[in-house]
Design a binder for this molecule. Structure first.
Ligand code: GRF
Length: 214
């Protein structure tokens, strides 16, 4: 008797710009038995991004779309969109991707594009979150996975992970603790999506048919 076919895994493309530790956590998860997704491509806008080496090491197709090769933001977005589309992804995952994407590209992947941000959104949108959290003497910090919408760091929230801010924390120590949390929550959110438990309906993310309220 033959076993019933498993559904084909969700095809994930990851965009990176740098170190790629989140990419690594996603690649590691993809290697676990019966994982619901596979990473079919990694794209970097930075030729020297360490994330490209991680993709190579994992045997995942990877390429560079260098933003400096394009004369306009739109031209870069079009080239990036074409590079993404070539992989025919079900989901596009921004993992430390340091370019702002235009409305057309974001719109083409509405409900199928996620980002991770190092703060408890909607607090601390933008850059240098750890430094700003320490300057404010905040007690709690963390990371947020959200669907991508045209407005920066403003999309519907999927999942958050929290850390306590310690009295002796530096931006670096805080960043390191937040990163540990990111490496847990990002593969989890991608798995939910791949298992078809997660969707975007209007302005709200739903898990198992219920709205996610952070
Ligand atoms: C992470 O802190 C992520 O939240 C932010 O950029 C950083 C990327 O780190 N968007 P890495 O390249 O995944 O190590």
């Amino acid at each position: 008797m033959s076993l019933p076919d498993r559904p084909s895994p969700c095809r994930v493309v990851v965009l990176v710009s740098g170190h790629g530790s989140n990419l690594q956590s996603i690649l590691d998860k993809a290697q676990t038995p019966a994982c619901a997704f596979e990473v079919v491509g990694v794209i970097s806008n930075e030729p020297t991004a360490h994330g490209l080496k991680r993709a190579d090491h994992a045997g995942v197709a990877n390429n560079i779309v260098h933003h400096l090769d394009f004369e306009s933001r739109d031209a870069f977005d079009r080239a990036l969109g074409a590079a993404i589309d070539r992989h025919q992804p079900d989901l596009v995952v921004l993992a430390g991707f340091m370019r702002i994407l235009g409305t057309a590209l974001v719109g083409a992947y509405t409900g199928r594009m996620m980002n991770i941000h190092p703060s408890l959104l909607p607090e601390y949108r933008g850059l240098n979150t750890h430094t700003r959290v320490l300057a404010d003497s905040a007690r709690c910090h963390g990371a947020t996975v959200h669907f991508v919408v045209p407005a920066l760091d403003a999309g519907p929230i999927i999942l958050q992970g929290r850390v306590l801010v310690m009295p002796d924390d530096t931006p670096e120590s805080l960043a390191e603790r937040v990163r540990q949390v990111e490496h847990q929550i990002y593969p989890t959110a991608i798995t939910w999506f791949a298992q078809k438990r997660l969707s975007l309906v209007g302005q709200c993310a739903y898990l198992d048919g219920l709205p996610i309220t952070p």
